[in-house]
Design a protein. Sequence first.
Length: 353
Amino acid sequence: MSTPTTTPALSAPAANAPFEQTTIERRPLRDNDIRIDIRFAGICHSDIHQVREEWGKSTFPMVPGHEIAGVVAEVGPAVTRHQVGDQVGVGCMVDSCGECEMCKNGEEQFCEKGAVFTYGDEGYDGEITLGGYAQSIVVSERFACRIPDGLPLDQAAPLLCAGITTYAPLKRWGAGPGKKVAVVGMGGLGHMGVKLAAAMGAEVTVLSRTLDKADDAATYGAAHQLSTKDPETFERLAGSFDLILNTVSADLPMGDYLGLLKPYGALVNVGLPTGDYAFAPGAVVGRSKVLAGSMIGGIPDTQEMLDFCAEHGIGATVETIDASQVDEAYDKVVAGDVRYRYVIDVATIQPGA
Ligand code: NAP
Ligand code: ZN
């Protein structure tokens, strides 16, 4: 019979309060659970929205982190998918009913019972989940994906959210050869959107507030980069794109971006600011356009995305930081000062520091 374990973790005690380096408990392994020694945890803008209560009330203390990469340290007796020593990743979900239509289709994020999110959510056992800014985690084997050997764990961690969140809509909306795809915002999600859309064979345009990232965008496979601060951009590109992937963490004038679509084109939002969309009905009716949203992706797609990344030599571009730098890193992400994802080296977490 397995016993609970403790692990060093970074915990936010209250909204906007600095992180504390502390120790948390992980549950004893259930039959289908694995324990993962976490090596790196990415900082997603969604972590910041939640720690800062920008989406409404959050549950504290909070251990954020849903871009988790590590190595399997222990397996429960009924585990079949993973072995001790395997490289694995965990993203935004840690449980779902496994029986509803959505779960059976591999779309666990839309589970009818409600998927359990990796942190700040109530699990089916009534416990509040604690995420990946920690040195270990216990999860059901269903929610751990294989990280192929060729992918370094620091570059792989952000794939578990930023990677799948951009891969799923690019796949669903047909990014590929002969398609013109724009990626709006080049941050953590955006830079992955550029790499993935280019690897899928699309002609990629980056729409960023600044042209400072143009060289990086070209390296990642973008054919063009234009500034959204320049009003001429919107005139020049009117009616150009089959697909626009909006990854921006702030409110945008949606009508202006809809104007950039070809007839039947789709603007897919993954960014989650809090304002309302404002656009005239004619902006979508006029040329039969689509305004869509997309939320993360299911486990089979996440595995497919990791395999695709390994095959194409794609990882996230990361800046590795210590546990003591996380508060500062949050401010830098909000200021757009990151190239392109911070990942925490969780070995540096020292309880009591
Ligand atoms: P991020 O690294 O901060 O990138 C956001 C980018 O948006 C920035 O790099 C910047 O790009 C642009 N931006 C920021 N503030 C802006 C402003 N005031 N006006 C115009 N552009 C601005 O964030 P992220 O981690 O990629 O996350 C992006 C958004 O996606 C967040 O809202 C997050 O919560 C959400 N998200 C959604 C899902 C989902 O399932 N749908 C999953 C994960 C994250 P430029 O400097 O290049 O313009
Ligand atoms: Zn995320």
